[in-house]
Design a protein around this ligand. Structure first.
Ligand code: FES
Length: 217
């Protein structure tokens, strides 16, 4: 990590190490920036959820905080009309591909979509887009946890821990664009995959797509 530097986020001076990613610097200083796909240990974040936009003085366009490195004298604003518009659109896009049944969901009240909606005063329902209404089979084959792909927001956290942390490789992304989904290789049940049932993927899932059967994950 680089040398210690000072930057300003929302008029607050904070210290960080040069080269750290802005998202984590902000969160560690209790400055909230919405985020779903970022993983602190990941060197090259996918920046796929598009929720962590911020303004950086001197930059012509908002940037994603999960990919932006901090530097001395950097001046950041986490909110602006442009940022709010981008976050609102990205959030609605995520909702359009996520079965919204909060009352029935095991992650109700601990879901990160609910947290983002509350923090940014966003509606947890679609206003401009139509739901994609993809119905996928629920996989209960592991017994200790359930995978409901219709609630998945494709953040990739489960795939990351499966591959990089526990190094099992039971799940991955298939297809591109609107058909993109997390699945086992070959599309079969988790119980028929190399999955060891360690539950790390369940622990990192920000929504109700992966949940323990005996407790909300
Ligand atoms: Fe930055 Fe998802 S957290 S794009």
């Amino acid at each position: 990590m680089g040398k210690k530097i000072t930057l300003t986020i929302d008029d607050r001076q904070v210290t960080a190490f040069e080269g750290e990613k802005l998202l984590w610097v902000a969160l560690e200083n209790d400055i909230y920036i919405p985020h779903l796909c970022a993983i602190k240990e990941e060197e090259r974040p996918s920046a796929s959820c598009r929720l962590c936009f911020v303004e950086v003085e001197g930059f012509s366009h908002p940037v994603t905080a999960c990919t932006q490195e901090v530097y001395a004298g950097m001046i950041v604003k986490t909110r602006s009309p442009r940022v709010d518009r981008l976050v609102k659109s990205a959030f609605e896009l995520l909702l359009s591909d996520h079965r919204l049944e909060c009352a029935k969901c095991p992650k109700n009240r601990s879901c990160e979509l609910q947290k983002i909606a509350k923090e940014r005063k966003l509606k947890l329902r679609l206003t401009r887009l139509k739901p994609l209404e993809k119905e996928y089979a629920i996989d209960e084959s592991m017994g200790s946890f359930v995978f409901d792909p219709s609630r998945c927001v494709l953040c990739g956290r489960c795939v990351y821990v499966d591959h990089q942390e526990v190094e099992v490789g039971a799940i991955g992304f298939t297809h591109r664009g609107l058909q993109r989904k997390v699945t086992t290789f070959g599309g079969g049940l988790l119980a028929d995959s190399p999955c060891t049932g360690c539950g790390r993927c369940v622990e990192v899932c920000p929504v109700g797509a992966l949940f323990f059967t005996d407790k909300a994950g």
